[in-house]
Design a binder for this molecule. Sequence first.
Ligand code: URA
Length: 243
Amino acid sequence: MERLQKMLAHAGVASRRKAEQMILDGKVRVNGKVIKELGTKVSSSDTIEVEGVQLEKEQKVYFLLYKPRGVISAVTDDKNRKVVTDFFEGIDKRIYPVGRLDYDTSGLLIMTNDGEFANILTHPKYEIDKTYVARLKGIPEKDELRKLEKGIKLEDGMTAPAKVKLLSGDSKQGKGIVQITIHEGRNRQVRRMFEAIGYPVQKLSREQFGFLTLHGLNAGESRQLTSHEVKLLRVMAETGKRH
Ligand code: URA
């Protein structure tokens, strides 16, 4: 289910704010009934009309993008920086990222025009495991990594337990490579977790999302998800299975 104004915005009817005004003005019908409440949730099986014209049900598409560093996880940027949709110029659908990766983070990002799918994958209740590889300034000791495994206090509260593994350490250069798996999706969470134990992240990449990996892709490349993968992700999210 998705909020009506969000669905209208995703369908390209108007910006979210303008869509809200259209709803308040009584210009939108859901299954034949005028709806004026902004919180109304709709699904792809509902028939939606705007000023008497029925919205076309766009075919749903699902992609896995290997996002390079230096790209914004959004569909537009007011500073004209590269955005993730720039990698899909030949696609005539309004796709957008599921969640986000920081400008400086590379790695696996799902892109879709299916709002319901995006919602369930990012809902805090259903979050799927995500695995990152971080290059750190310094090499953390086992007991320091244990703090992240148990959960650590950040300014927005304790983190859930994480899986953490030191992959390598270069004592000459003072750099450690650590793999970390979390299922939450707070803003800059991985960077803040390592910062909290005193090891700033120099480079970060998301290598895995549930069972999906970057296998076979280079930075900037994408592939369509198979219908089986889409189904599996939906089942995982809905049943609380994380990997
Ligand atoms: N955690 C971060 O710190 N950054 C990301 O892009 C994703 C997770």
